[in-house]
Design a protein around this ligand. Structure first.
Ligand code: GDP
Ligand code: MG
Length: 726
């Protein structure tokens, strides 16, 4: 017997606990994707309860269903078009008044609605009492109290939802907003008009459609025109007449009056059902905010948190990173011993494991970084950070909100760019996406470490700090530039919500952390794997190159020479001679490998690129390394390892190889500046494309960053030469 399927949509204000309840219900059985055509996250999950298969959908958090933002449109379209069996409106019981606007609009749509009065604990603690029975009567719908983060009331909620779905009560609520007489008259006249012209079939429920048309809702109007053709045109004409009539009578646009009346309706409900016990209560959140958003000490505290986050990411992450590095090399050595020699082994060990392994080792750092970010978000501190940064961000013409993605950019641009989804204005989003790659991501750090360690040993820390700082400055400068040219526009005023501080739930912290890390791993894993193989192919083919020396013969010559020396030498001398022999052979091997790479396809590409990078003081090997950085920035180091002939890729020997190359501290600095700014890695480019949904902006980002990188590195190198820095 197949189970009956019910679709349940979760609607609600942002921060009302929707996702928490969704996670409680679905646990790990969730699917995360996007709503078709837009970059708003869609989460759904399927669970079996009480003999039903329940399909749960987490709608975007919104304050209303007035189609101003993408989230609102997505949420409304889902309720209208997908016709879920039940919509559960998750209401923050401690904030009832604000939640009721959405609730009223849901009621008006005439779908089956159920309220979850969530945050029941917070409401109680604040002395807020909601008369649920009365509220349920007033709006004619079932209500369940829940405490999302303690998983209380959730089963009851599902049971009620199933009951409601199965009941065949007429949901066209009697209890809904009554507008003033003029508006109600227009509604019934228009309804008559529709009924008289019996051919007219309206895509949505009649009363709702009429209300929306009277409110001049563009989307509904377009759909009416689209689906109803000429009849639609007639109807719109009639509506237009009524709108003019109403505007004349009411002395204001009907939509404004109707909104006011909805608020009036809500105010009435509030009066009936809400009692606030006005006892002297300590508002903890407000007290914490007195410190954390204080004009003077708020900022240092914020800097301290950021510093602590990086400290934790890099110092705590260093241990598991070392274990992973050891495991990867152990794995590689073991395979080396097991697999038969040949092309396949070479590909597997020097291509796949070397490439993918170099990324895997960053997993602990990434997990820690994302854990910290989830902690900031779930406690409510993130919005305080945005609040603090607001003034600085206004220099770029952006809101403090844009700072959150930028901050995440220090970890990885991919989730950072995804985080721009929280910005309402499209221009703000694009601007933030364009400057986020300048926030030096963690994958670039290994490059800085290798280069500064080699050329600036004592001052390495300061140099790295300056590089990061330069990234921030350039982000601000380019942001300013774009704001006043390509993305002109006033920053729309908005209220920075400061939700109350909360003790985060471990489960949701882990889900948030894992969500982001998973995306990172999936994207990086696939791309890196392919990239590594391509790099391996390019640097190991063609196979039949003409060596300038006969290395095999030379090595044999060295061997026989030393062997005869060993045979005649004193027994105590022999170990030294062995060592010398090994060193000479290693040198020859290195030279052979060097020639191999130089004559490979990779070397040939490098030689072609070299003239472009010569003015920056970067030789062909550096050029190739930078090119491979498109795959992932970590790859730059491993490519340098191969090309500069550090036989075993350890930073120590790469250091020697770099020191004996043509590279100088100045060219190293130029290279770091280039790395800081130039084109983002392939995963980031893909994300930019996905989030801007525009090839134009994606191409722009690639070209702009690379040009800027070249110019900046050029200035550093040539400028440094002029002032005599070397
Ligand atoms: P969404 O924006 O609606 O998806 O809200 P979230 O599910 O992300 O919840 C926001 C915060 O509220 C999280 O930190 C939750 O742990 C917390 N939260 C959710 N439900 C409750 C509740 O009933 N009581 C309390 N005190 N906190 C809750
Ligand atoms: Mg959510």
């Amino acid at each position: 017997m197949s189970k009956k399927v019910l679709t349940i949509a979760l609607a609600g204000n942002p921060n009302s606990g929707k996702t928490t309840i969704f996670n409680n219900i679905t646990g790990t059985r969730q699917k995360v994707g996007n709503w078709p055509g837009v970059t708003v996250e869609k989460k759904e999950g399927i669970v079996n309860r009480h003999g039903y298969e329940l399909k749960i959908i987490d709608l975007p958090g919104t304050y209303s269903l007035t189609p101003f933002s993408v989230e609102e449109i997505v949420a409304r379209d889902f309720v209208l078009d997908a016709r879920p069996d039940v919509v559960i409106d998750i209401i923050d019981a401690s904030n009832l008044e604000r939640s009721l606007y959405l609730a009223t609009q849901l009621r008006e749509i005439d779908c089956k609605v159920l309220f979850a009065l969530n945050m029941a604990d917070v409401a109680r603690a604040r002395g807020i009492k909601v008369d649920a029975k009365k509220l349920s009567e007033l709006l004619d719908l079932p209500i369940v109290f829940t405490i999302g983060n303690k998983n209380e009331g959730i089963e009851e909620l599902l049971k009620k939802a199933i009951e409601l779905a199965e009941s065949n009560i007429d949901s066209s609520g009697k209890r809904r907003v009554r507008y003033n007489k003029d508006i109600e008259n227009s509604i019934s006249e228009l309804r008559d008009f529709i009924e008289k012209n019996s051919g007219i079939s309206i895509p949505y429920k009649t009363r709702w459609t009429i209300i929306k048309l009277l409110e001049n809702d563009k989307i509904v109007r377009e759909r009416v025109l689209q689906k109803m053709g000429d009849q639609g045109k007639n109807l719109i004409q009639q509506v237009q007449l009524h709108r003019e009539l109403l505007a004349d009578r009411l002395n204001d646009d009907p939509e404004i009056i109707m909104t006011d009346e909805r608020y009036g309706f809500i105010a009435g409900i509030i009066k009936e059902v809400l009692t606030t016990i006005t006892k002297q209560r300590v508002d903890i959140s407000r007290n914490i905010d007195l410190v954390l958003t204080n004009r003077f000490i708020g900022f240092p505290i914020f800097i301290f948190f950021i510093w602590a986050m990086f400290q934790l990411t890099f110092s705590l992450g260093a241990y598991p990173m070392e274990w992973l590095e050891n495991s990867v090399s152990w794995f590689s050595i073991s395979l080396d011993a097991i697999l038969p020699d040949g092309l396949f082994k070479d590909l597997f060990i020097n291509g796949v494991i070397a490439g993918v392994g170099s990324v895997i080792v960053f997993l602990p750092n990434i997990l820690i970084l994302f854990f910290c970010i989830a902690l900031f978000e779930d406690t409510g501190y993130m919005s305080r950070a945005a609040f603090l940064m607001d003034r600085i961000m206004h220099l770029i013409g952006l809101h403090g909100k844009s700072f959150i993605p930028m901050l995440m950019g220090f970890g990885c641009s991919v989730p950072a760019i995804m985080a721009t989804r929280t910005l309402e204005s499209k221009k703000d989003r694009i601007l933030t996406i364009l400057i986020t790659p300048f926030m030096s991501c963690s994958a670039k750090l290994p490059i800085y470490i290798v280069l500064t360690g080699t050329f600036f040993s004592a001052k390495a820390g300061n140099v790295i700090f300056c590089i990061y700082f330069a990234g921030i400055i350039l982000a601000i400068l380019t942001g300013r530039l774009f704001r006043s040219t390509l993305l002109r526009g006033a920053d729309a005023p908005f209220v920075m919500e400061l939700p109350p501080y909360r003790v985060p739930m471990v489960k949701s912290l882990i889900i948030h952390m894992w969500d982001r890390s998973k995306m990172f791993l999936k994207k990086m894993g696939g791309v890196i794997l392919i990239g590594s193989v391509v790099i391996w192919i390019l640097s190991s083919f063609p196979r039949d190159i003409q060596y300038s020396h006969d290395y095999v013969a030379e090595i044999n010559k060295v061997k026989s020479l030393y062997n005869s020396e060993i045979a005649t030498a004193d027994i105590t001398e022999r170990p030294y001679i062995h060592k010398k022999q090994d060193a000479v052979i290693a040198e020859l091997e290195t030279a052979r490998k060097s020639e191999e790479v130089e004559k490979s396809y990779m070397g040939r590409i490098g030689k072609i690129l070299a003239p472009v990078f010569a003015p920056l003081g970067i030789d062909w090997r550096g050029s190739v390394a930078l090119l491979t950085g498109f795959v992932a920035k970590e790859v730059v180091v491993s490519t340098m390892g191969i090309l500069y002939l550090a036989g075993d890729e350890g930073a120590g020997s790469l250091k020697n190889a770099l020191l004996s190359s043509d590279m100088t501290p100045l060219s190293a600095l130029a290279m770091m500046v280039f790395v800081l700014l130039y084109l983002p890695c392939i995963a980031t480019v893909a994300t930019i494309k996905q989030e801007t949904n525009s090839c134009k902006w994606t191409l722009f980002s690639i070209t702009y960053t690379t040009l800027l990188a070249w110019v900046a590195a050029f200035c550093v190198y040539q400028g440094g030469k002029i002032i005599g820095f070397s």
